[in-house]
Design a protein around this ligand. Structure first.
Ligand code: IVH
Length: 728
């Protein structure tokens, strides 16, 4: 995409531009000049950030560039172009999506499920082409929402959904919010005037999990899988909302490409599928460039498909198989299409992550905020290597919408490490003996009447002392997301509650250890461990304490935002709703909930009690921690949390040394995605290698304020510690 020299040049330009402000710009010509330079560098930084996940400037610097461009464009609107980076989010609401005819029909793929199917496909290809051995390119089959993009004279002019394959919906404003899709690209360098590209819009698995957690928290129905989340997001009416969903797009096929004389370039100037992917990669698109493999003959294809099936879970995106394509594009013209699929390609589908099973019973669980969740007990069934025996039915509306009954046969999906989900009821299998699900009107734990506030989908128990809620809240306080007290899981909290040891959160710090050690299953050692874990929790960062308080709508992400803006947790009692709303991403509903929480005497009492018991409620004064004293670190591969420079800065800050070359003296090699040769060298020298996740765990509680904005811990969550992907 960029040569080293070009990159150096763009970084130089960035530095110059960062020194400018609007008032330095005196003439129209100068403005035009600067605007063009800004666009050029912003495109480069978008590519580093979104495509490579390896930015070279901080978010703050990026925002400065972006705002300068925005300010100049509003001063000189005549210089606004449709491909300017500022034009990604349209301000207008899209009312409905107009229909558009695709340049070429969006067909499906033929499917195969085993080796025999693949051999049969290969036999047909050899027969039709007369070749002895066929060269195939093999790449993942992305499980998202299919799109078609059209670029004309280097500008993105249209993005559409598949629709019925002939006519799709024009969703250009939403497509433009996807940062991995360039708004302009130099196709003209390849002699291309008009091009149509196919791709898939996806939501990364970890972001999907987070989105669903938030939706549940807000009483909304979660999405079944990342595909539905991506497709649903693409069809939102407001592009601003779409932008928040952080969608990405992989492009995997050029389906139409002509020059200015309308000559077809596929199979002539662009000779192979691999070359097509290379061009798209080079122009800054996100493609399966690293994942793609050229295989000679079907045996190599089969091996590669098996290899990917085994590493499917570790891949950050949902894939449901591999796509095998004849590499030589001139053969595509010979092989042609059926009305359903191209004859030059086939999908190899992985084992399904769905299964049908019977609902044996439904129980109702009370959560820490009092929400009552129906949970179906299932006849145990294996899905993707895991035995599933229960599934959340989410809420009453979900049950009614899908008409779920006890005794029903249901189709259950478990995508990756996502919680299982009922996709549908197999109504054809009904015998007439199925029983409707009765939603309780009283709390199954304390018996008090349940309430359903207007506009919400969830029934709640509003008795704050309800035993089920109390146990859930204490267990959540101790959980990994909050205060991370190892050894104080839900079943132990429940037992201690029943024994009267734990009635409220502060009791955690007053546990009667002398009694506990005589309980069945406990002893000196286990009590010692629990005591140690509880002691350690007193010094957690304050966002963990805020999370652990179970304030409605305040999960880990919001807790972090709050923590950034306060010194002590108890200070929140003095914040007005208006002030809370000024914190980015905190809207009225969340602000109101926080306000209510900190205006409740009981809650404040809990916080002061915790403080008295030694729990840290204020941020520590910036104290330098020398945790890496004398340790030598080397990094290899792409990190997701931050740039390598930032990671090195943290190592140095914490008293260690960061170096670029590995030797026997190196203490740790931190391995990112697509590691280089340093990994082999480390293994040869016996140097300890750790993944990014482990590195983050070491540093996460010690990141100094000034580096916090440059490092994104969330980005590393859900990432495999040792990447399994092929090196570049
Ligand atoms: S090639 C003529 N490559 O799977 C172009 N499709 O189930 C044929 N898909 O409609 C498509 N990953 O939406 C191709 N690497 C990939 C793909 C892929 C996902 C989708 C695509 C297609 C569907 C068929």
């Amino acid at each position: 995409m960029y040569t080293k020299d070009q990159e150096r040049n763009l970084i130089e330009k960035t530095k110059e531009l960062l020194k400018l402000s609007v008032k330095d710009i005196k003439s129209k010509q100068q403005a035009k000049d600067i605007i063009e330079k800004l666009r050029e560098v912003i495109r480069y930084h978008d590519w580093r950030y979104y495509v490579l996940s390896n930015p070279v400037i901080s978010d703050y610097e990026y925002d400065r560039l972006f705002h300068l461009l925005k300010d100049l464009e509003s001063k000189y609107p005549e210089f606004i172009t449709p491909d300017s980076p500022t034009q990604r989010v349209a301000s207008e609401l899209t009312k409905e999506f107009p229909q558009v005819r695709h340049l070429t029909p969006m067909l499906s793929l033929d499917n195969s499920y085993n080796e025999d199917d693949l051999r049969e496909f290969d036999r047909r290809i050899r027969e039709l082409t007369g070749l002895k051995t066929v060269e195939y390119s093999v790449e993942p089959k992305f499980d998202g929402a299919g799109i078609a993009l059209v670029y004309e004279n280097d500008i993105l002019v249209r993005g559409s959904t598949r629709g019925d394959g002939i006519v799709g919906e024009d969703i250009t404003p939403n497509i433009k919010t996807i940062k991995t899709i360039p708004l302009s690209a130099r196709f003209s360098d390849y002699g291309i005037r008009t091009i149509e590209i196919r791709g898939e819009v996806l939501m990364r698995k970890d972001l999907f999990k987070k989105l669903n957690e938030e939706r549940l928290e807000e009483g909304l129905t979660p999405f079944a899988n990342p595909r539905n989340a991506a497709a649903g997001s693409l069809r939102l009416q407001n592009p601003k909302e779409v932008a928040k969903r952080k969608l990405e797009a992989f492009v995997y096929q050029i389906t139409y490409a002509v020059d200015s004389q309308n000559n077809n370039l596929l199979g002539t100037r662009i000779k192979t599928h691999y070359q097509a992917i290379e061009i798209l990669h080079d122009l800054g698109f996100k493609t399966p460039f690293k994942e793609i493999k050229i295989c000679r003959g079907i045996d190599e294809v089969i091996d590669y498909c098996r290899e990917w099936e085994s590493k499917r879970d570790a891949y950050p995106y949902e894939i449901d198989g591999m796509v095998i394509k004849v590499n030589d594009l001139s053969l595509h013209n010979i092989l042609g299409f059926t009305s359903h699929h191209p004859r030059w390609a086939i999908a190899f589908k992985f084992k399904a992550r769905q299964a049908t099973t019977k609902i044996l019973d439904v129980v109702f669980q009370v959560g820490r905020t009092g929400a009552v969740t129906p949970v179906a007990k299932l006849e145990p069934v294996e899905i993707g290597g895991v035995v599933v025996s229960s599934v959340s039915l989410i809420n009453e509306d979900f049950i009614r919408e899908k008409d779920i009954r006890i005794g029903d046969l249901v189709l259950v999906e478990r995508a990756g490490d996502v919680i299982p989900y009922v996709v549908k009821v197999v109504k054809e299998a009904r015998t007439g003996n199925e029983k409707p699900i009765e939603f309780p009107r009283n709390c199954p734990s304390c018996g008090s009447p349940l309430v359903k506030p207007p506009g919400e989908a969830v029934w709640r128990c509003i008795n704050i002392n309800c035993p089920a809620q109390v146990v859930e809240r204490i267990a959540y306080y101790a959980s990994k997301d909050a205060m991370d007290i190892r050894g104080l899981g839900k079943s132990i909290v429940k037992r201690f509650y029943e024994l009267g040891f734990l009635r409220k959160i502060p009791d955690i710090y007053r546990l009667p250890y002398d009694k506990i050690k005589h309980l069945e299953g406990w002893g000196e050692k286990s009590v010692e461990n629990l005591k140690k874990a509880i002691e350690e929790s007193k010094r957690r960062p304050i966002y963990r304490l805020i999370t652990g308080l179970s304030i409605r709508y305040v999960g880990k992400v919001t807790a972090k935002k709050l923590a950034e803006n306060i010194r002590c947790v108890e200070d929140l009692k003095d914040w007005s709703i208006e002030n809370l709303e000024r914190i980015p991403d905190i809207g009225y509903v969340v602000a109101h909930s926080i306000y209510e929480f900190f205006h409740n005497e009981e809650n404040l009492k809990t916080i002061y009690e915790l403080k008295e018991l030694g729990v840290q409620t204020c941020k520590e004064e910036e104290k330098k921690k020398d945790i890496f004293h004398g340790k030598r670190f080397v990094f290899t591969g792409t990190l997701h949390c931050c740039s390598r420079e930032v990671a090195q800065e943290i190592v140095e800050y914490l008293g260690g040394h960061a170096s670029n070359s590995i030797s026997r003296k190196t203490d740790y090699l931190v391995v990112g995605e697509n590691p280089g040769s340093k990994l082999q060298k480390a293994q040869r020298l016996g140097v300890k290698t750790i993944g990014e996740g482990e590195f983050i765990n070491m540093i996460k509680d010690y990141i100094p304020e000034e580096l916090k904005e440059k490092i994104n811990i969330e980005e590393t969550e859900g990432k495999p510690d040792m990447p399994l992907f092929r090196g570049s």
